[in-house]
Design a protein around this ligand. Structure first.
Ligand SMILES: O=C(CO)COP(=O)(O)O
Length: 131
């Protein structure tokens, strides 16, 4: 699967911890990330990540373009709901495109964790439409 990883600044430690926990599973997939998130993931794990631009500089939009080209199967976007983001329109546009293309999307660790557990268990393997 092609998986996009994104986290707002205060949420990056949570995402990296989660990715580390599921590193053995995630190494079998192709990972994409916004710039700074990708750097944190690469520094905190052995995984390699295709890094787009930083979110505020267009990275969310680049991932949105991949979603609309059917190049992303799952988005884990750990958002910070308590801090205003200067690029909120880009964030909303990405979330919207995930809904348009029915791409599975987690916006918090409470959702991302069971999705990763399901990925590890092979639950997604038979769903050929999205994955
Ligand atoms: O701001 C982001 C998503 O909206 C994340 O971007 P970075 O990973 O570059 O910090």
């Amino acid at each position: 699967m092609d998986i996009a990883l994104i986290a707002h600044d205060k949420k990056k430690p949570e995402l990296v911890a989660l990715v580390k926990e599921y590193e053995e599973t995630l190494k079998n997939h192709t990972l994409y990330a916004t710039g700074t998130t990708g750097r944190h993931v690469e520094e905190g794990t052995e995984l390699s990540v295709h890094r787009f631009r930083s979110g505020p500089l267009g990275g969310d939009q680049q991932i949105g373009a991949y979603v609309s080209d059917h190049k992303i199967d799952l988005v884990l976007f750990i958002r910070d709901p308590l801090t205003p983001q200067p690029h909120e329109p880009d964030v909303s546009a990405l979330l919207r495109l995930c809904d348009v293309y029915e791409v599975p999307l987690a916006t918090n660790v409470g959702t991302a964790e069971p999705i990763l557990r399901a990925l590890k268990a092979g639950v997604f393997d038979e769903n050929t439409d999205n994955f």
